[in-house]
Design a protein around this ligand. Sequence first.
Ligand SMILES: Cc1cc2nc3c(=O)[nH]c(=O)nc-3n(C[C@H](O)[C@H](O)[C@H](O)COP(=O)(O)OP(=O)(O)OC[C@H]3O[C@@H](n4cnc5c(N)ncnc54)[C@H](O)[C@@H]3O)c2cc1C
Ligand code: SF4
Ligand code: SF4
Length: 613
Amino acid sequence: MSRLEVRTPSQMQTVVETIYRDMERRISGSPPGVCPVDEALNCLNLCRAQTCGKCAPCRVGLTQLADMLQQVLDGEPDEAIIDRIERTAKVIVSTADCAIGIDAAQLVLTGVRGFREDFEEHVRHHRCLSTLHNPVPCVAMCPAGVDIPGYVALVREGRYADAVRLIRKDNPFPVACAYICEHPCEARCRRKMVDDAINIRGLKRAAVDNAGLVPHPKCAPSTGKTVAVVGGGPGGLTAAYYLALMGHKVTVYEKRKQLGGMMRYGIPAYRFPREKMEAEIRSILSLGIEVKIGVDVGTEVTFDQLRQQYDALYIAIGAHTDKKVGMEGEDARGVISAVDMLRGIGDGILPDFTGKNVVVIGGGNVAMDVTRSAIRLGASKVSCVYRRRQEDMTALAEEVEGAIAEGAEVCSLEAPVRIETNEEGKAVALWTQPQIIGEIDRTTGRPKPDVAEVEERRIPADLIIIAVGQGIHSESFEQGGVKIQRGGAFLAESNTQLPYLEGVFAGGDCVTGPATVIRAIAAGKAAAANIDEYLGFHHEITTDVQVPAPVFKDLKARGRINISERDAMDRKDDFDCIECGYTDEEAFKESGRCLRCDHFGFGNFRGGRIEKW
Ligand SMILES: Cc1cc2nc3c(=O)[nH]c(=O)nc-3n(C[C@H](O)[C@H](O)[C@H](O)COP(=O)(O)OP(=O)(O)OC[C@H]3O[C@@H](n4cnc5c(N)ncnc54)[C@H](O)[C@@H]3O)c2cc1C
Ligand code: SF4
Ligand code: SF4
């Protein structure tokens, strides 16, 4: 008889692994609007199956919790059950023997505190608040609420111009979003339950690349009202676009030499080609929007003067000041901010980094943009220094991978300590303190770094670029009465109105802090609707595009078609666009994967598509 055997996975274990994989996909595809109590119960049951059951709090307590959650779902008439759930979960959190049981009970505790109204609604009215609003997941996740199943179906039929017209109903920047949107719409795509999310941004790119010139709808008759928009970024131009369509006379004030905001002065051309951006902005302005370029509101013209001159005002000035790390040597020669560097590039001034050893501080998308730009500007070595692990970077994983493929080095778990300068006061090295990864911060879900018991490290540098975030330049608006929150953002309602200043609205990065193009667009759209109401009108934005009926031929699980990129060694020397876009065949196949949740999902029960706003 043998003492030990070589073990191979049993048939049963292989099947269980497949089930786990399917479950992981389902959980990551959980759409917004599902019943949170039901989800909590299912997660708890999964946790129960995973515990060893040796300690009583876990074995007995988790079972009791599961029973009580089931009673809530069954419409238990006694509201006291909600407090009992909370008490039981608290006891398990403080008494279970191991982290597995504690974590399971914490999940219920977080839920009962986070969505108590849903528990109450189940008990009082035997229904779920969330499922009452169960939307089409991708549409709900797109901040501007773009009709995604609609334009995906139009791409499938090769009706690219109609797809662009449909998108423009909610978003006047289909080209910008096709190239650089961070596509939150894909995060909860229901197709994940079958295989993987639809490549929604890729399909938008197929639409804009093939649509040709698409005319805009006609503007409504003039209302005689005037609106000033401060800031010519995506948020300001979106508000201007819809207000112009509604018949108002719009003037955009922009302090820089050119329009586009951070799309021009931040996002590099290798991600969003400049000729595409300029064509899209020209097309928006063709509605008769007046532009005053090179006018700094607050200096050349005051905020109060604009208030007197116009019937309403939209402030969308973005977040353009650089943040400091607060370390010795930060003001030395040879240390620049990401914002300054990208601003110069936006105006066509390309610095020469040939042969330089460049160190970038930061782990977000902006840090990746300066890292990749520095490579293209000829740097001999670019190191990106970040105090957490690479997987904790807030930059998109594909951006980090792209930078590494182009030759960048990521120095993770290194916290910047000071900048060493030479006798001429020029930066020559960055000193860092190595870190060890520690406790998880429950609010962000990211582990925090702690100081490691290792000596400081010296990273030689000819140039140090600081990319740790942007602030908001709010002084001149504050003097005009705009309230500023802690952190510098403007205080505005969710409808973009400043209720304490008659006729003034604000949105985009200057309200949210640095965010994304599509969030600024969504704010601009909300501002346009609410300014229109404020001016005493109720114009509707709609389109006559007919969305094709769903046709299903192939429902087999199949892979998502990714957008291809130019070879890293070829693209790293220029600012030409990295992504290649879909072929007709790819666009046809990928669009065919959409499940049309507008027709088959819950969205259909909740009043179908939103045809106007
Ligand atoms: C490097 C970098 C890369 C990014 N990459 C992406 C990305 O890939 N995808 C994405 O979705 N988002 C990205 N973003 C974020 C995105 O660009 C911004 O969230 C978005 O542009 C914000 O739009 P906005 O209209 O609110 O402000 P902005 O785009 O900042 O526009 C504000 C405008 O107001 C003008 N202005 C400021 N003050 C005044 C004044 N006093 N008078 C007149 N005009 C004024 C500014 O010059 C600017 O043109 C990136 C940002 C940066 C910095
Ligand atoms: S704009 Fe962005 S979030 Fe909205 S549908 Fe397009 S890719 Fe998705
Ligand atoms: S399958 Fe289609 S309609 Fe459904 S969430 Fe995904 S993209 Fe949207």
